[in-house]
Design a protein. Sequence first.
Lengths: 339, 913
Amino acid sequence: MKSIVKGLIISCLLISCIDPVRLDADGDAGQLVVDGLITDKEELQTVRLSRSVNFDNNGVITTYTVPEVGAVVAINDDHGRVINLTESSSGVYVSQQNVKGEVGRSYKLSIITRKGKEFQSKPEKMFPVPAIDSIVYKYVEIEKISKSSGNVVKSSGFQISVVTIDPLNEKNFYRWKTNAIIEFFSNSEAADVSVCWYGVKPLEFKVELSDDRYFNGNKLIQPVSIAPYERATRILINVSQYSMTQEAFRFWSLIGSQQQSTGSIFDPVPSRINGNIRSVDTEETVLGYFGASAVFEKFVVFNRQIAAEFSPPVNAKPLLMGDCRIQEVGATNLRPTGF
Amino acid sequence: LIKRLLTRAVFFFRSFILKSVINISVGMVGRSRFIFLLSILFCTIFIPLESSSQPKNPDKKLKDYFNEYAKKENVKFFFEEDWIKDITVNFELQSLPLLSVLNALLPRNHLTYRVYNERYIILLKDFSNNEVENETNKVNEETFLSDGKTYSVSGYVRDATTGEGIVGATVFINELKNGVSTNQYGFYSIGLLSNIYNITISSLGKSPTHEKVFLNENKTVSVELFDGTTQLNDVVVTAESFDHNISSPEMSLVRLTSKTLKSMPAFMGEVDIIKSIQLLPGVSSVGEGSGGFNVRGGNVDQNLILMDEVPIFNSSHLFGFFSTFNPDMVKDVTLHKGGIPPQYGGRLSSVLDVKLKEGNDKSFSGSGGIGILSSRLLIEGPIIKNRTSFIVAGRYAYPDLTLKRLKNLNLRNSSGSFYDLNLKLTHRFSEKSSIYLSTYYSGDSFKLASDTVYNWKMLATSLKWNTIVKDKLFISLTGTHSMYNYGIQGESAPNLFRTDFDITNTALKLDLTYPINLNHRIDFGGSFGRYQINPGKLIPELGSSINPSAMQDESSYESSIYVGSESKINERISVLAGVRLSHYNYIGKANLFVYDESIPKSPSSIIDTLNFAQGESIKQYTGAEPRFSLKYSVNATSSIKLSYNRTLQYVHLITNTTAVSPLDLWKSSSPYLKPESANQIAIGYFRNLLAKGIEASAEAYYKEIENMVEYKDGSNIFLNPFLESDLLPAQGRNYGVELLLRKNSGKVTGWIGYTYSRAFRKVKGETEEETINNGEYYPSNFDKPNDLSIVMNYKFTRRLSASANFTYSTGRPITYPQSIYIIDGYAVSQYSERNQGRIPDYHRLDVSLTLDESLRKTQKWKGSWTLSIFNVYGRKNPYSIFFKPEYAGRIAQAYRLSVIGTIFPSLTYNFKF
């Protein structure tokens, strides 16, 4: 079904062209933004609060987070259980210890800002998530147009897909997040710093979603990401499969289509993305979403050289000299699980 | 030099005579003319005029008058000097148009004239008037006795070269200073008191013909008109103070002939009707590459587009880059923007009536063109001479050749093509009865990037029988069938699938026209038709894990009856009044969800499902659509018109994209989707500037629309079984002023149109979810207040002509990114309320140059080269402004998309044989 969406999104007709423009911001900045999710995983449940900023694309890389500090935040379920969150860093509110949500319960977020304004989310039910049956990968060659030169740049990679058996008797809404750990070598005399690993989180900035409207009860083979093939080494792919409500699915679909927007005549007209948080006593608009998801995680490690049937990487990264830990951001020589 | 000119004169004279022979063999009038023409050919020496200057004198010799005129207007005169040596043109006459001068002076000197090839005026001895015929006439005139009864004069006006009926030709009764126009088949009928009448039959671009009728029984007068000079001819029409645009009560109507269309710059080397009409005041579109057009604030699906009376559902090929109509096949295009006559119905905002050519029933001929993106070929000819003819035309486009050279990777991996075929057969049983079969088939296939193929197919067929009963009642019975099928094919593994959508309309239509007398005419009739809609099916290919799924098919009947009358109340006032009654019946088999009415519709508010059996009525709607227009003539050259019309529409195109996309679907009216209705009033001032052949008009309109279809933000329309819960009824409020200055003749032809218009929408439901922009009026996607179009064609010489058009409009409204925030690491933009911003203004200049290869008359093959340049100064007219996160989704950037942001030249070779 993705290709329907993709087809609609392909911008260019015969001879279109796209140029960056400078927009004059006259926005309604300063709206409260809620970014929160409760999962059924035993972890520190986190909610981020911030304020929106004016759209400004003057070419300078700006931070978009104006943290909302000093709020009182709590998650309540429909059985009267309360999880209080405390501010661990500016605008980041976490539970005091590792806790988990329960499938079948409904969760509600309540916020009282420092100025005393009260906000609440609609209750979100946590639906069960089917297990990932397997993760499959396939060697692909990719052509892209370089933004700087305009030339075609070839690269190689692996199409990662998850295989899930969709349950027949329920409506399912899925979201996937994919992370990777990449192994690499260095031409170093010291053996302990000649092999390193670094994490890529997320593997691609792309919202991957699906519902089972067209697949109900079938084996779902969902492409989730493209893993790079820049070195002939091993890679670990970790896919998290999330359940969600229909409303959350709608919200994330809109975020996803905005990320892929091309402005073409076949694009759905851009629209405001309304979340599920409301002000208790005013008409104030609140952005963002508080969701409840069950998560199933699975990982796979594979040797990319073998998976590519020994084709060498297109545009391979060179083998460098010295300590591998300083050759990639976040690289470590501590062998991760799976390798 | 003289010898060369003489040869040339003989050349065109010979072909002229050949045509006359055909004329005479059909017409009754001209045996004597034939003889005299022969005599002229052998006896007369033509003297082309050399320039000479004469002192200014209030009265001029005709010869000098010609002389000066020839220098000024690039016209040549041929005559026997002897004939005109005694004729003088007095001072008053000199200020009148040429043909008025000729009409005034020649008859009394027993002379007449012919205009040939737009530039040659040949004076002839008028034997017919003063010798043989005149004598019989005299006898007739003396013995003729009026019996005081009313008789009809009716007949066909046809093109002498092709035998095709001429639409809108003027049949003018000189004695009554009044006349009628031929209908769309070239037929006219007038009821007149028994008397002797001189009738002048004329049409734009043709030489007029004069007939004398002794009316003491019902008479048939059918004539054939020769090509004349546009430049001079319509001056004659205006001089006779009968001009359709000021004398008819019809308003908000524009007619473009194939000649006008062909003189406009062609994008991608091909004349495009849809793009041409977008240059008219009151017609706009969301932008380049968008199929369809918007008339006076109406949506794209509110245009009734008729191809030989068959309603068609898509007016474009390749996403709007080509129009559905093969330019070689088009005879005449009429656009009704308002004051829609009662015989048309089913769509709210406009009627685009495209008439296709009939085959030449006299001789075989063909035409075509070869271009960089497409080629076409047309062949026509008689099957039985003067009775049965065929015309067949085909087109094929091959944009792949161009696509493969483009830099953009998505485009380079794209491919596509379309083809279309027209076939039309015409058979004349008799002078009074004919049958037409017209059919059209087209197929489009376009692959965008590498994995999605868009397909669409169209079939449109009409079978029509025209007959005349008792010389007066014109009856037209038409059966139409129109099918539009579209879908996409997804090629990306592992889930192969295709989608399928259809809309089919089959209808039978009866139209009758009865002229009571010269001043009153009644049109009446009715129609009955069936719609079958498949609003979407998903079909998995073998091995795919997709489940098949489908929206339920929709069936309905639409029927109507109408009556309308056109009456000339007096010299000044004419009224066109009518009403159309329409009925719609949405029938099973279908399941209908019943929603809880206390909360907004959603899948979760369904409380019951009703099942309807095959053919069972689910919902019926009936409506009356009054149509009224009035003309008041201020004087001979200007009039004021007023019109009101109400229209209803029962099928709707559902779209949530800016332009109409190949995945939009048609929906029937249902208990939840009410019929759309529009009420429009318009007032206009029309004036003809006599001497220059210029028509000027100013119109103002106000149009309110109810129950237009809007969608909730972020709704999904594809295969959504609960689609009605995502749709909202919208109100439309549209108003504007349209100014048009049009010149149809002379070396410079074209028009200047300016429109100031607004098109607003309002969606105010009971809850916030069912409301858009707080329930206030907001501009529609194509609300462009200022709109200026200039279309000019200039003939340098007979072989070289140039044309240009310039358009300017206010940028269209957009929803733009306002603020930015982060969710789960993604930079997300908060957009403004719907359509609260605007893109920069749009302007563009296109030019084209046409060079004819050869003008020798003997040569059957005539070729011409057309070089056209679209967007001459390469302006990157923005189509949209959108937000896209860059650098792994962290940085927000705004982009501007221009669909054709570059100069686009194309070269086409056109030919005729």
